[in-house]
Write a protein that binds this ligand. Structure first.
Ligand code: KG4
Ligand code: ZN
Length: 344
């Protein structure tokens, strides 16, 4: 069972991607970089009742959904299982019970069909989402990664190798959005809720600017988060009027402007002509506009994944699967799930 299934590598293989690291059960099929199908069943509405992801509920939901989501991805792609050239699956990082549902399913398929298994690091999947957007995208480029667990600026050297130029020293950007959402009594998931509320506000609340000049390409979100919490508690204790929308808007500016500024600096310093981005926070409309404006100003090409490919999905896993397939990076059937994978 532990042998790597090798194959005659095709130029435009049909790859099934499977994602089950958190609360989305997803499957997608690509042929080369062309997306043929993109399916998702989410347990987020159930998780919202508990104010966050409950691992046991996520695992059970994946078990219920995986068969249907994969069947849908294969039939909507207009192919048969036998047409698949490889199965790419998230093996980490994430909730172990959740990951094991997708990983075991993928192993069964790869074994039964005698096609290669490609284990994908979820974060590399987020970074590979941009390749679905632009057939001609080629390294080197600078990437802004902003998700629930990571905030970093990376230099992509090749399709499978990148260098971390800087990352968060404490909380991730998405995590800060989720915590601020809680302080503002917004439901889970927090990021999109804060964005919606921010649209009704003005950036008038004074908040600290994080590591503006110093810190290289590093970020720090815990001071900003604490400043928001202190501001709200202070106002409530003194029974003073305050605007939730203005807090959301001010926080959004403080949290995201710095990402754009440091991405511009990284592009300038490395001399690349292209910038990409990935991760749930990149779905934020204010950030997308700010990145678009910055790249236009700096004369950079910007490749942003579609919003639905910024948050968790399987198309990005299939996309990373293709990069690894082309590099011959296949996985043994003994591959295990990993709760944590360092950014490297
Ligand atoms: O990449 P992702 O879907 O999951 C991880 O791999 O972490 O990112 C989820 C994070 C959450 O913290 C969520 O609040 C944030 O991305 N997020 C957003 C938006 N949509 C999702 N943050 C700000 N604005 C959004 N529109
Ligand atoms: Zn993710």
């Amino acid at each position: 069972m532990s042998d790597i299934v090798l194959c005659k590598r095709e130029k435009e293989p049909i790859i099934l991607g499977i994602e089950s690291s958190c609360d989305e059960t997803a499957a997608a099929v690509i042929r080369g970089r062309k997306l043929l199908s993109d399916e998702i069943i989410s347990s987020a509405p159930t998780q919202a009742l508990y104010g966050g992801v409950v691992p046991e509920i996520a695992s059970r939901a994946h078990t219920d959904a995986i068969d249907e989501v994969v069947d849908r991805a294969i039939s909507h792609a207009g192919i048969k299982k036998e047409d698949l050239g490889a199965v790419a699956v998230t093996y980490g990082a994430g909730l172990l019970g959740a990951l094991l549902v997708g990983l075991s399913f993928a192993k069964g398929l790869a074994y039964g069909l005698e096609i290669p298994l490609i284990g994908v690091d979820h974060i590399r999947g987020h970074l590979a989402a941009a390749y679905l957007e632009d057939e001609d995208l080629k390294p080197p480029f600078v990437t802004l990664l902003a998700s629930g667990g990571h905030t970093a600026i990376l230099f992509a050297k090749t399709e499978t190798e990148f260098e971390v130029l800087g990352s968060t020293l404490d909380d991730a950007a998405g995590e800060a959005f989720d915590k601020v959402a809680r302080v503002l009594s917004l439901p889970y998931p927090g990021g999109p809720q804060v964005e919606a509320l921010a649209r009704e506000g003005k950036p008038t609340v004074p908040l600290p600017v994080m590591l503006k000049g110093e810190g290289g390409y590093h970020f720090s979100y815990s001071g900003l988060k604490t400043a928001v919490i202190n501001y709200v508690h202070n106002k409530e204790q003194k029974r003073e009027e305050w605007s939730r929308a203005d807090v959301a808007c001010s926080f959004q500016h403080a949290a995201l402007d710095i990402l754009v500024k440091k991405t511009a600096e990284a592009a300038r310093e490395t001399g690349v002509g292209t910038v990409t981005a990935g991760g749930g926070v990149i779905a934020n409309g204010y950030l997308r506009e700010a990145l678009t404006e910055m790249c236009a100003r700096e004369g950079l090409k910007l490749v942003l994944p579609a919003k639905k490919h910024c948050t968790d999905n399987a198309a990005m896993i299939a996309s990373e699967g293709l990069l690894r397939y082309r590099a011959g990076l296949f996985s043994p059937l003994s591959l295990n799930a990993e709760a944590y994978i360092p950014l490297s």
